[in-house]
Ligand binder design. Structure first.
Ligand SMILES: Nc1ncnc2c1ncn2[C@@H]1O[C@H](COP(=O)(O)OP(=O)(O)O)[C@@H](O)[C@H]1O
Ligand SMILES: [Mg+2]
Length: 265
């Protein structure tokens, strides 16, 4: 096991013992934002649910802060510093903003203050039920609530889902500030590639449960066409050739080699 904050090796994950994610290798270091990209149904949410202990590991290992966490209970992992903002944000809609924050931070006011420091727009909304907030405000509350637990690793599933681009543009720099201030790592699940590459240090692209390509955000940005074609599992190759992504199995190095030889660099 390396000193990576999150160290996933050959992970098989899925439902009722049937994998939908196959042989995933993924690492997140402290102080970095890592994007997990891929189309609908690629296995991104399944991966996060498995890291969080909400789904059992079918195969492979998950290390967190140098220890194996496969099989650990979600509440234990949360106390150890793993925060998960799920796709549906999982707020208590009938409770106020303040109550949602307090539930997460163990009722300590300092934790609420911490969340408000990053999302000052919530300050005037503390008495409002979460269900009456706009989509952007709800996402701020979900992120603020996760921050209130002082996580070492913050996992965010589809942060931009349902939000106007202008709202997303306001949230992105906050993620960077959180990482710079606290030294935590962020695993950001996104379908929206340009948005994710704008903020991430590195990224992984999943399609149909397999890793298609990984690299720094700059590398993935330069190979934008390849990344987006990976979404379909149909990276274009020369006539008669198999599509790069499907040809390449799970080995990202192989994806790189074959696509370079197909003139896609
Ligand atoms: N509760 C479930 N039971 C069985 N299969 C599921 C369940 N949830 C998701 N899946 C399947 O797992 C695959 C990956 O889904 P998911 O991880 O939600 O993808 P993503 O988050 O990348 O859109 C899909 O084929 C999906 O149909
Ligand atoms: Mg999902």
């Amino acid at each position: 096991m390396t000193d990576a904050l999150l160290d996933i090796r050959r992970l098989d994950a899925g439902y009722l013992g049937i994998p939908v994610v196959h042989g995933l290798d993924l690492r997140v270091n402290a102080g970095e934002i890592v994007a997990l990209l891929g189309p609908n149904g690629a296995g991104k949410t399944t991966t996060l649910l498995t890291i969080s202990g909400l789904l059992p590991v079918i195969g492979g290992t998950i290390g967190f802060q140098g220890r194996s966490i496969a099989g650990a209970r979600p509440d234990v992992l949360a106390r150890r510093g793993l925060a998960h903002v799920p796709e549906d944000r999982a707020l208590f809609m009938d409770l106020t903003v303040r109550e949602n924050l307090r539930l997460a931070g163990g009722r300590r006011a300092a934790h609420t203050e911490r969340a408000l420091a990053y999302f000052p727009a919530l300050t005037d909304l503390l008495r409002r039920p979460a269900g009456l907030l706009s989509g952007g405000e709800q996402q701020m509350l979900a992120l603020g609530r996760a921050l209130a637990t002082e996580p070492a690793l913050l996992m965010i599933d589809e942060m931009s889902l349902g939000l106007a681009p202008v709202i997303v543009e306001r949230l992105l720099p906050v993620l960077r500030r959180i990482v710079d201030d606290t030294g935590c790592g962020i695993l950001l699940v996104e379908q929206h590639v340009p948005m994710a590459l704008e903020i991430a240090d590195r990224g992984y692209v999943l399609s149909r449960g397999r890793l298609r390509v990984e690299g720094t955000a700059d590398e993935l940005g330069q190979r934008y066409d390849f990344v987006t074609s990976s979404y379909l599992g149909e990276a274009p190759g020369p006539a008669g050739d198999q599509p790069c992504a499907d040809n390449a199995g799970t080995d990202p190095a192989l994806v790189d080699t074959r696509c370079a030889s197909a003139g896609l660099e």
